[in-house]
Design a protein around this ligand. Structure first.
Ligand code: PLP
Length: 385
């Protein structure tokens, strides 16, 4: 196996699940968001482990992601969060995914598809196909308007091939502690509650209610409802984008811990004399005679090129700076007089016990989600229990 690899510390996932469970209490289900290959961690092993250790069900973005989990033998409920194409409806039904629906056309198309499958007698879950209605309460992405929700809930509830299993919404700033953002999230929750009340008054059972992402789990417990949909916090990162200093971390105690450790190795060491330049663009010049270590991980693996000359990796417990531009498959570190570093030594790029994806995100102006999702498939994942 190549030197660069992602070690997934599953015991941290178990702890993070326990922390979420403690926060939400026992009456609320945990729907673990494992879209984008479980935020780059590997959907199958992570999902299997999570279901054995406290997650109740899963959510994906793509039909293909749901199919991959089914193929691996996972038989929990799997929600489909993103809007699929009409031509994917048969697959949604045959894969037994629970789609979040936002509009009349797609609901009707699903009903027609479910009717065909019911006629063919191959449906796995009774003769009604479960869907959840998504209401847009202020994110302005998917979801029906609150004013359309009663009509659409009625449409689903009255269709003999569909079952209204639940109603969902999604928050846009639940991770923020700015007063106006807190007020915005509260308005979203109020809008959701009001719409649900209307649906109940019309004699329709809304089913399972769910809205919270990690941000809302941390800061808006009144939105826990029947189920929460955490992603990032189960992978060990705070949902707060503006998190700058550990001192203002949200009060999650004991603290969540990252699962993913990105490792590589020093595969070559060379002497470079004072004044020589390293890598493409000659952006770094050796201030003194030094040793340069070559590490076989680059931007094609998901190490952002923006980290060039701005980051340190850890070798034998010590931090060494990246020097020169990060290349597609390799990067370089300044080992100085080498100290104890030897060829083939392990180099930790980031991980739970060192700088992490949040630190990298801060340097590169993004969020840990993107750093994690961008770790390329060619980086093997190893799972530690
Ligand atoms: C990804 C996603 C989540 C999880 O969000 P986190 O911020 O990772 O907790 C929840 N709900 C929906 C609809 C999502 O797309």
């Amino acid at each position: 196996m190549r030197a660069s690899r992602a070690i997934i510390h599953l015991e941290n996932l178990k702890k993070n699940l326990e922390i979420v469970r403690e926060k939400i209490g026992t009456g609320t289900k945990i729907c673990f968001c494992v879209k984008a290959d479980a935020y780059g961690h590997g959907a199958i092993p992570v999902s299997q482990y999570a279901l054995e250790n406290g997650a109740d069900c899963l959510a994906v973005a793509l039909v293909s992601e749901g199919k991959e989990l089914r193929k691996a033998g996972i038989n929990s409920r799997i929600f489909l969060l993103s809007q699929a194409l009409p031509e994917e409806i048969d697959e949604i039904i045959n894969t037994d995914l629970i789609p979040l629906v936002s509009d009349r056309d797609f609901i009707n198309a699903l009903a027609a598809g479910a009717s065909d499958v019911a006629a063919a007698g191959s449906q796995s879950r009774g003769n009604q196909f479960e869907v959840h209605l998504k209401i847009d309460t202020g994110m302005n992405r998917l979801g029906c308007g609150p004013d359309e929700a009663l009509d659409l809930a009625t449409l689903i509830a009255n269709n003999k091939n569909l079952q209204l299993g639940g109603i969902a919404s999604h928050f846009s700033v639940a991770d923020s502690t700015e007063p106006e953002d807190i007020a915005y999230t509260r308005a979203q929750i109020t809008c959701f509650n009001k719409t649900i009340e209307e649906i109940r008054k019309a004699g329709i059972d809304p089913g399972e209610l769910h809205a919270s992402n990690s941000g809302a789990i941390c800061f808006h417990k009144e939105a826990n409802f029947d189920m929460v949909r955490p992603g990032i916090m189960l992978y060990g990162y705070s949902p707060m984008e503006s998190e700058i200093k550990p001192a203002i971390k949200p009060s999650i105690k004991p603290s969540i811990k990252p699962l993913l450790e990105l490792q590589s190795a020093v595969v070559h060491i060379k002497r470079v004399s004072k004044g020589e330049e390293v890598s493409y663009g000659r952006t770094w010049k050796a201030p003194d005679d030094t040793h340069i270590g070559i590490i076989p991980i680059g931007y094609a693996d998901g190490l952002p090129r923006l980290l060039s000359n701005q980051y340190q990796v850890q070798i034998k417990g010590k931090a060494y700076p990246l020097v020169g531009r990060i290349c597609m498959d390799q990067c370089m570190v300044n080992l100085g007089n080498r100290g104890e570093v030897e060829r083939w030594d392990k180099a930790i790029i980031f991980g739970p016990e060192f700088t992490n994806a949040q630190d990298i995100a801060r340097i590169t102006g993004t969020i840990p989600y993107e750093i994690l999702c961008n770790i390329n498939k060619r980086v093997p994942r190893l799972y530690l229990k």
